[in-house]
Design a protein around this ligand. Structure first.
Ligand SMILES: [Fe+2]
Ligand SMILES: [Fe+2]
Length: 400
């Protein structure tokens, strides 16, 4: 679900070459290719609205490329093909067996609860934020699906081919399941169009490992936190899709485990200078999530948790998990950590206001705010991390 990608301003020069795989669409699992094969903009809209609207608004939202929106990635496929998992062979084979068994094969089947859901029963602000949540989630799931499917297609190394095949299968299922919910509301995202129109950002395999490991693990933490909250307060559960989150998040956890093994097989990825990159990605992912979640106050009210309560819970789970591979993790319980994120959020709010200010004044304000954001991020980054030695056995179970 929600994937948290590092903001564009951070290291963009090196990381973001905007390349795109030309035939991404053909690499997709059949489940989603069939969606893309429909006429552009035709996903689940009525004939009348289709005629009036060339692309529905949710698709337009999903295709936007902003600092906080989930992004699409491409990478160096030849380097991916050279990844060697021999140092963790026994654990790797056990994990691939788990993928092959496909424990969630029958999980993503809708029931009558979806038919009885009525969007109109929710207050208008919650309607808008639920929609925003679903669109951002389907984009994030689909982003994983497209990247994994493309890697699977471009490599010949059987270990990589198997892994990325399984993971794209799972993400296709996840994206399709959310999109079915959007279609119920008459606003399904045109995933075929998204594949063609979304901008692709280039990450080296090293950065793909950090970013996807973190997004899988934080995705797990987000799902399980929502699931546990509604388990405690079933009267608050305002959409049936949340009932699916427990088994769903085990898929995300397993995806994260695969990247944990890849990192363990290539220990240089978390040693020397790379330790600093790993910490940078952790902070970028957490900061992005903090700012984005605060844009959904009604959603969090309905969840019965403030964005700070929810985010802190997710940060604590994710940080604990991250110790499986990263020697340095963020000290999320230090008051300075939350204070720094809050400063970033305020700056981001002022930035949005400054964008509405025309002319030189607006430009100068934006430049000043960009400097404060960078300085705040740097101060957060320079905080003393938690230092530890990752355990000899890298594998973890989803026990939260
Ligand atoms: Fe997923
Ligand atoms: Fe995943």
């Amino acid at each position: 679900m929600p994937r948290h990608r590092p903001p564009r301003r951070l290291g963009r020069a090196q990381l973001d070459h905007g390349r795109r795989p030309l035939r991404a669409h053909r690499a997709l699992p059949l489940r989603l290719r069939s969606e893309g094969a429909r006429p552009v903009n035709a996903v689940s809209q009525t004939a009348a609205s289709r005629a009036a609207q060339p692309l529905n608004q949710t698709t337009q939202e999903a295709v936007k490329d902003t600092v906080l929106a989930p992004r699409f990635y491409t990478t160096d496929f030849a380097a991916m093909d050279r990844i060697d998992v021999e140092p963790v062979r026994a654990q790797w084979d056990a994990l691939m067996d788990e993928f092959r068994r496909d424990p969630n094969k029958g999980h993503f089947t809708r029931n009558e609860a979806f038919d009885s859901f009525r969007m109109a029963d929710l207050p208008p602000d919650l309607q808008a934020e639920l929609l925003d949540f679903l669109v951002s989630s389907v984009t994030a799931e689909f982003s994983g699906c497209v990247l994994y499917a493309e890697i699977r297609k471009r490599v010949t190394n059987p270990d990589m081919k198997a892994l990325f095949g399984y993971m794209s299968r799972d993400e296709a299922r996840h994206a399709g399941f959310i999109n079915d919910t959007l279609k119920d509301l008459g606003v399904g995202v045109d995933l075929g169009f998204l594949t063609r129109a979304k901008k692709y950002h280039y990450f080296t395999p090293k950065f793909i490992f950090y970013a996807t490991y973190l997004s899988e693990k934080i995705g797990y933490a987000r799902y399980i936190t929502i699931f546990r909250q509604f388990e405690k307060h079933p009267e608050l559960r305002f959409h049936p899709i949340f009932l699916w989150f427990d088994k769903w998040c085990n898929d995300e956890f397993r995806h994260g485990e695969a990247f944990a093994l890849l990192v363990r097989a290539n220990p240089h990825l978390v040693a020397g200078r790379n330790k600093y990159w790993a910490r940078f990605f952790q902070l970028a992912v957490f900061a992005t999530m903090y700012v984005r979640d605060h844009a959904r106050p009604a959603f969090h009210r309905a969840l019965g948790m403030t964005p700070v309560e929810y985010d802190m819970k997710v940060f604590r789970i994710t940080e604990e998990i991250c110790r499986q591979i990263f020697p340095d993790t963020l000290d999320v319980d230090h008051p300075g950590f939350l204070a720094g994120l809050e400063r970033l959020r305020l700056i981001s709010g002022r930035m949005a206001e400054a964008k509405a200010t025309p002319g030189l004044l607006g430009k100068a304000r934006r430049a000043g705010l960009a400097v404060s954001a960078a300085a705040t991020f740097a101060r957060l980054y320079l905080r003393t991390p938690r230092r530890g030695t990752p355990p000899a056995d890298v594998r973890l179970s989803p026990a939260w």
